[in-house]
Design a protein around this ligand. Structure first.
Ligand SMILES: *Cc1c(COP(=O)(O)O)cnc(C)c1O
Length: 666
């Protein structure tokens, strides 16, 4: 049987809901909503916030479409913007709560027409506007444009505000709300210009209909006629179930370390904001993973988004061979300023694994330059993780890293015992005995020791004693081999220090950073080296044999610079300390549970080690039901959240972990 290529997603599924929002107050939203209600059988209309004592929009809906379903979420007497009208009745409109109510109301069959109040930036309370509410729900928006002089400016600004928050603009509906608001050629030009510059189609044009005020049925028929093409577009058949995102994903996409066929079902995330992931069905999950430890500031930070947007307009990418650019230089300056002293060289790679490959090559080429061509191998402590490319894999823990699967393909490296003792235990010099022996025996063939300082991450979330690191560095110097610190997981504050090597005042020769480097927004990593490494390498031929196509990608560099600036301007030290304290409080109760082997916390990392291996998917499903996102693996239930979580949010995470343990799920 010849495999058939999968069908393309039509991309025009009937949305569950659509926002009807204006360029201004009195733009014609209610007429558009009511007109659509007449045209779309089974549709319901929701007025989100009704203000003023005049005729209610719901009354207009029932006049236009008798018997149609409609509701008002909030109603206030004062004829003003929602924030003020609510305030005058001593109410504060809570945006997440509103989003949740709307989600519930829109969950039934048929399309939900959501009528906003006023414009895109009409305030709902003292800190948030309608655009904040729209951003929490995954519905497209219809922009109703009052077609008058000045419409172009209002429409384009509204469209830009929607886009800035990632809200899909379905199109424009134009309304003439007064007789001869402007000469006809101006009104026609408004429509043409707004469509051209606004990047969305015209979906309707309602002429001035004075009879509407008295609710005459011919007037509604005229509205219907103007909106009929829009209504047809909104009722295009939904794609077949096999075309839904998650089904397609299951059948055709490969996920990390996941079964290929039949694949597990994955949750569809449609956006992320602050400390929350928002699923396609509207559920909000408190994020305990920071997207594999990267999103230290949470999601959608304005500073990072703006840096990427501005850079995208100027220079999204250019080859780094023979050319350079400010984003790369500015980022390198920051890295050299904040890294432990003594580094002078920066190599930008496109992922952590590639950075590790580059570090290994650097060490090898260094020894070539120093006239020691036999020094080609590497030594690493057991329990480490350094990435998934072949070179990086070869220095990962040989058991966790499944070296047996790839025998013959991987270079064979040396492994010392797992670093110890534990971070808070009393130091025990014998913990380095095995490393010392191996170095003594193999120093002539070894190029470098590579390790994760203080925290072994993906290899088991193990925190070891700073004295081990200090001693290991000393042994390396003694044996004449380089020290490579892989700070990809630990860098940028995660352990309570900016870099984990600071716990032992250790100065490695080469250091890799990645993961949180861009605050989780784009893939980027870097390798930092001391001048001696560069000098040695130069003597051996002068060129480092590596050069990724997307090396020093300007978008990623701009994001990283913005992320580092955000981090340094924030009270990150206090925040990580507060997270550590709260994680300890929440998790320590589990230490005595019979299913638990160990509980440990360091910085913004909270770990519950279980006696039996965890059932990853079953647990993840349990956590999603609790409204949190945690992804355990191996024997580990752990949280590595954004630094921006508040105490109550940390408690939600630890409570979910405790509930999983106490309900016998581990
Ligand atoms: C994640 C990680 C890597 C690999 O980084 P990728 O960007 O996934 O290639 C390497 N080392 C450590 C310590 C890591 O945690």
């Amino acid at each position: 049987m010849t495999p058939t290529p999968p069908p393309l997603d039509a991309g025009l599924a009937t949305p569950k809901g659509i926002w009807i929002i204006g360029t201004d107050t009195d733009a014609g939203k209610t007429v558009v909503t009511a007109g659509l209600l007449r045209l779309l059988p089974g549709a319901r209309a929701i007025k989100v916030v009704q203000t003023g004592g005049g005729p209610l929009d719901q009354t207009v809906y029932s006049q236009a479409a008798p018997g149609a379903n409609s509701a008002t979420v909030h109603q206030f007497k004062h004829p003003s913007s929602p924030h003020l009208a609510a305030e005058l009745e001593a109410v504060k409109l809570d945006v997440p709560e509103l989003a949740a109510s709307i989600s519930r109301l829109a969950s039934g069959e048929g399309i939900t027409l959501l009528e906003a109040s006023g414009g895109v930036c009409s305030p709902l309370n003292r800190g948030e506007t309608f655009v904040d509410l729209l951003a929490l729900l995954d519905f497209p928006a219809l922009l109703v444009v009052r077609n008058v002089l000045g419409a172009i400016n209002h429409a384009l600004l509204s469209a830009a505000a929607l886009r800035q928050r990632g809200i899909e603009l379905a199109g424009f509906v134009f309304c003439e709300t007064t007789a001869a608001a402007a000469p006809a050629e101006i009104l026609a030009d408004n429509r043409r210009t707004i469509v051209e510059l606004g990047g969305a189609p015209e979906l309707g044009n309602i002429p001035f209909l004075p009879e509407l005020a008295s609710g005459q049925s011919q007037a509604w028929e005229a509205v219907e006629k103007s909106l009929a093409p829009l209504a047809r577009r909104l009722t295009l058949p939904s794609p077949a179930p096999s075309q839904t995102l998650s089904r397609f994903d299951q059948e055709h996409l490969w996920h990390p370390y996941a079964r290929v066929a039949p694949a597990e079902e994955n949750w569809v995330v449609s956006r992320a904001e602050g400390n929350y992931l928002i699923l396609q069905d509207g559920r909000r999950l408190l994020d305990g993973m920071a997207s594999w430890w990267c999103a230290i500031h949470g999601y959608g930070r304005r500073e990072i988004v703006a840096a990427v947007e501005n850079q995208a307009r100027r220079l999204p990418h250019v080859m780094f061979g023979g050319l350079t650019h400010a984003p790369a230089v500015e980022l390198a300056q920051r890295l050299l300023r904040i890294a432990p002293e003594g580094f002078t060289q920066v190599f930008f790679a496109d992922s952590g694994s590639v950075a590790v490959e580059v570090a290994l090559k650097m060490a090898r080429q260094y020894w070539l330059g120093r006239g020691k061509p036999k020094k080609t191998r590497f030594i690493a402590p057991r329990g480490g993780y350094h990435g998934d490319t072949l070179g990086a894999m070869s220095v990962c823990d040989p058991v966790n890293g499944m070296h047996s699967l790839f025998r013959g393909l991987l270079p064979e490296q040396l492994f010392a015992s797992r670093p110890g003792p534990a971070f808070r235990d009393e130091f025990e010099p014998s913990s380095l005995e095995n490393l010392r022996l191996l170095l003594e025996r193999h120093q002539d063939e070894l190029a470098a020791l590579i390790l994760e300082p203080i925290v072994q991450g993906a290899g088991g979330m193990w925190f070891y004693h700073p004295e081990y690191l200090r001693e290991a560095a000393r042994l390396c110097r003694q044996a004449g081999i380089l020290l490579i610190a892989d700070e990809i997981a630990t860098g940028f504050g995660r352990t309570g220090r900016l870099f984990a090597v600071e716990w032992a005042d250790t100065l490695p020769d080469i250091m890799c950073v990645g993961k949180a480097l861009t605050g989780g927004s784009l893939s980027l990593a870097a390798v930092l080296a001391r001048p001696e490494v560069a000098e040695g390498l130069s003597a051996g031929g002068g060129v480092l044999m590596h050069g990724p196509t997307f090396m020093a990608n300007p978008l990623a560099c701009a994001a990283a610079t913005a992320s580092i600036d955000l981090l340094l301007a924030s009270p990150w030290r206090e925040r990580v300390a507060a997270l550590e304290k709260r994680l300890k409080t929440g998790l320590s109760q589990l230490a005595s549970h019979p299913a638990v082997a160990d509980v440990r916390v360091l910085g913004a990392i909270g770990v519950v080690e279980t006696r039996r291996p965890v059932e990853q998917h079953r647990l993840a499903r349990f956590f999603v039901e609790q409204g949190v996102w945690l992804r355990p693996f191996g024997h580990l239930l752990y949280a590595m959240p954004p630094f921006t979580l508040g105490d109550a949010e940390v408690d939600r995470l630890t409570q979910a972990m405790a509930d999983a343990v106490n309900s016998g799920l581990v």
